[in-house]
Ligand binder design. Structure first.
Ligand SMILES: [Zn+2]
Length: 322
């Protein structure tokens, strides 16, 4: 029985978990799981030192056999290098796998958090019964992972399935990536909330319900408030929500024409809206997708929740084929 160490380095939090493959397959859990805020100032030496400290504290007597690491891209999964993690200072060309592996005496592998979310859903979640699936996470940003015939597709620089940066409106607003009208810029949780704030500023009377939900301060408005207002049938919230879903359908519809996967799994905070998201999304997809038989494609929400990237890191650690 080999002991797996899984590490997830995010923009605000780090998570470190210990498990075995058997334990994960049984109940998708970690024996020990620690989560805490990223230690200041968040540069590589500080964060790596803290991750190693936790890993040593929670290590079993036999140590670790395999290590998997999740972090946002761009990265080089073959060399185990973080090319650039823009959410924290100084994370450029960091040989993360080498450092962690040397310090803990076990081989380490890394991949981006969306790819690992896909891997986890395929292994333990909504994608257990399929060989090919598209995973999309819709939260502050929009990311994705694509599994074809049981293999994660990486492409160059692990940049395959960067579904958030598909152009869905050619003259749309500028995305952080430099392109205009990216799906992420039109439909992520952050951008849905941003659009709502702009519309409320222009017409506070129309935004009365949303303002009420966020305590009267529109700076505090989140996509969860918008989902709550959609449930109430608030016209402004429904307008924003339906527009975001139209863009999601354009983006997802394009991918369906390339891959035709039998399953699309939607994760991330926005997907917690459930059928409120899925039902109109299926309707919108039917307006764009004709050649690919939509009745053979299931669109469902993710099953694993917040720890999916960490679970995917454990899966990555234990599978040399990936
Ligand atoms: Zn973009």
């Amino acid at each position: 029985m080999s002991t797996i160490l899984a590490i997830d380095i995010g923009g605000t939090k780090i998570a470190v978990g210990v498990t075995t493959r058997e334990e994960l397959a049984r109940d998708a859990r970690f024996t020990t799981l620690r989560k805490e805020p990223v230690p200041a100032p968040g540069d590589p030496p500080t964060v790596i030192a803290r991750v190693l400290e936790i890993a040593r504290e929670i290590a079993p007597a036999s140590g670790y056999d395999e290590i998997g690491i999740a972090i946002g891209g761009p990265l080089d999964h073959e060399r185990g290098t973080v090319v650039n993690f823009p959410h924290l200072p100084g994370w450029k060309n960091v040989m993360l796998c080498d450092e962690i592996a040397r310090a803990l005496g076990a081989p380490a592998r890394l991949d981006n958090d969306a790819n690992l979310g896909a891997l986890a859903e395929h292994w333990l979640g909504a994608g257990r019964r399929v060989r090919t699936m598209l995973y999309m996470t819709i939260s502050t940003g929009i990311g994705g992972g694509l599994i074809i015939d049981d293999r994660l597709v990486h492409g160059v620089a692990s940049a395959a399935a960067e579904v958030g940066h598909i152009t869905v409106q050619t003259d749309g607003p500028l995305c952080d990536c430099g392109n205009a009208g990216c799906l992420e810029r039109m439909a992520s949780g952050t951008n849905i909330a941003r659009e709502a704030r702009e519309l409320i500023a222009a017409d506070p009377a129309r935004g009365a319900r949303l303002l009420e939900l966020c305590g009267g301060d529109r700076a505090e408005l989140t996509s969860e408030h918008i989902v709550a207002a959609v449930t109430d049938g608030d016209p402004l919230a429904m307008e924003i929500w339906e527009r975001a879903i139209r863009y999601l359908a354009i983006g997802i519809g394009s991918i369906l024409h390339v891959v035709a996967p039998p399953l699309v799994v939607l994760g991330g905070g926005v997907s917690q809206a459930g059928e409120l998201l899925l039902a109109p999304l299926r309707r919108e997809l039917a307006r764009h997708v004709f050649y690919v038989p939509l009745d053979q494609i299931s669109i469902v929400t993710a099953e694993l929740g917040h720890d999916s990237a960490l679970l995917g890191a454990a899966e990555l650690a234990s599978h040399s084929r990936l």
